[in-house]
Design a protein. Structure first.
Ligand code: SAH
Length: 353
């Protein structure tokens, strides 16, 4: 089996090249080609022919293929469905904000966390993505869209902390000064709350933003809609958040999808306000995206207003996520689902009106 050279750091590539009897400085040239999106060793024109040959024999490279690309007519949001080397597909979304272009990447093919409102989890987990595959989502979204990417959110398909080592390596690669050089402060990692990994993450002392998909501040509601809460619990989650905050000095962000009649009552708002305040956490409210296979509905605007008022009155820093790409199935997991349902493989570029 040929090795995945794109998942390697420059120092590891150096070691590989030394084994091949090549000078170490070639590693930098190779790393630069790879991180510019070159996926054919033959195109690496400053490497000798014999080295290109050796690379070809020992390492695999793959250029992800666009299976589907949808461009929002409303706000320019672009949604990609990429085909991976083994035929699996993942989604990536590019959003244009005032503060810069943001790419939302998937970390796994499918998901095993089972959140009741989410489309990504319906078929379960197929496999985790390699660091190189996550990197290519960012790189090829930038190259194809011609929008320079300055921010990354790990909020696509999959649970990043369920693919911990590969996600950490992806972060090192995308943050590398000789690579895409995207600053950690411009990266958010979203988790459904796999608290057993929070301390490992804190230890790395990255300056990224940890987003916790809270969605309910009490065990009864949270365990109902998020199986990951069962056996862990909100209290332990809050303790893990506190330790993370104390160790890294980075405020946590709570994601909260407003679901009609499920988590949007006064009771929920008051408890959420208490928990967010004690952690100085930011609350990001998301109007629920309707998923065809799910029975849940978004909260009414009246309920949302009342909910926001309770949080604001308690001094909580709260924002409502703008709905970008609502015409392109931009709520993650939906495009891949549709593609599976249709079973089509052709490349399709569409603009939805
Ligand atoms: N597994 C990670 C990251 C992926 S999902 C996590 O759970 O955080 C990114 C965010 O979208 C999460 O907060 C998730 O709960 C939320 N989400 C999933 N389905 C949604 C839907 N139908 N409407 C609104 N938000 C949704």
């Amino acid at each position: 089996m040929k090795k995945d050279i794109l998942s390697m750091l420059p120092e590891e590539i150096e070691a590989e090249l030394e084994n091949l009897g090549e000078p170490k400085y070639r590693a930098q040239q190779l790393f630069t080609w790879l991180h510019r999106g070159v996926r054919d060793f033959e195109e690496m024109s400053n490497l000798s022919k014999s080295l290109r040959q050796k690379l070809q024999e020992n390492y695999r490279l793959y250029r992800p293929r666009v299976l589907k690309k949808q461009v929002s007519q409303i706000d320019g949001t672009i949604k990609y469905l990429w085909e991976l080397a083994d035929g699996n597909a993942v989604e990536t979304v590019v959003m244009q904000y005032k503060h810069g272009n943001t790419v939302c990447v998937s970390s796994q093919v499918g998901c095993r966390q089972g959140c009741a409102f989410c489309a990504s989890t319906i078929g379960g987990l197929v496999r985790s993505l390699e660091p190189s595959e996550i990197l290519d989502e960012v790189l090829f979204s930038q190259l194809d869209s011609e929008l320079p990417i300055s921010n990354i959110v790990l909020m696509g398909i999959g649970e990043p902390l369920d693919n911990f080592d590969n996600v950490m390596r992806f972060l090192e690669l995308v943050n590398h000064p000789k690579g895409m050089n995207i600053g950690m402060r411009h990266i958010s990692l979203s988790t459904c709350g796999l608290i057993e990994r929070f301390d490992d993450l804190a230890e790395r002392d990255l300056q990224l933003t940890l987003s916790v998909s809270l969605h309910a501040p009490d065990d009864e509601t949270r365990s109902r809609i998020m199986p990951a809460n069962r056996g862990r619990g909100v209290e332990k989650l809050m303790e893990a958040c506190r330790r993370y905050y104390e160790r890294t000095g980075r405020r946590i962000s709570f994601e909260y999808a407003m679901i009609d009649g499920v988590n949007d009552t006064e009771f929920h708002a008051k408890l959420l306000a208490k928990e967010a305040r004690s952690l100085a956490a930011h609350v990001n409210l998301i109007p629920l995206n309707h998923v065809e296979e799910r029975q849940f509905k978004p909260s009414t605007s009246g309920h949302m207003k009342a909910f926001i008022k309770i949080l604001e009155d308690a001094g909580v820093n709260v924002t409502v996520r703008r709905r970008l790409g609502s015409d392109v199935d931009a709520s993650c997991g939906q495009l891949r689902r549709k593609m599976q349902a249709k079973g089509t493989q052709e490349t399709e570029v569409s603009a939805v009106k």
